[in-house]
Design a protein. Structure first.
Length: 86
């Protein structure tokens, strides 16, 4: 069963990934699924240890920047939810 997922990427990365997927006769969704399968196949100590890091470096332009956002507190999530319903 497939599940939908919303992701945000730099537009240049998306354009290059679409081109790569088209050249390799695979959908962008299946390409991302394959990459996530590779990443989660084993436990890696860092992002640089992923088997796809070379591929990502070829597709991405410049340094890869991983952004982590702090998880909101339960109270903040609740406030955000109720304020969106007004």
């Amino acid at each position: 069963m497939d599940a939908k997922l919303t992701l945000s990427f730099n537009q240049n990365v998306v354009d290059r990934a679409k081109k790569y997927a088209a050249e390799n006769n695979i959908s962008l969704s299946r390409l991302v699924e394959h990459l996530l399968t590779q990443v989660t196949a084993k436990e890696y100590k860092s992002l640089e240890d992923f088997p796809i890091s070379d591929w990502v470096s070829m597709v991405a332009e410049g340094e890869v920047e991983y952004k982590k956002t702090p998880k909101p507190t339960r109270e903040a999530s609740k406030d955000e939810f109720f304020s969106s319903k007004k």
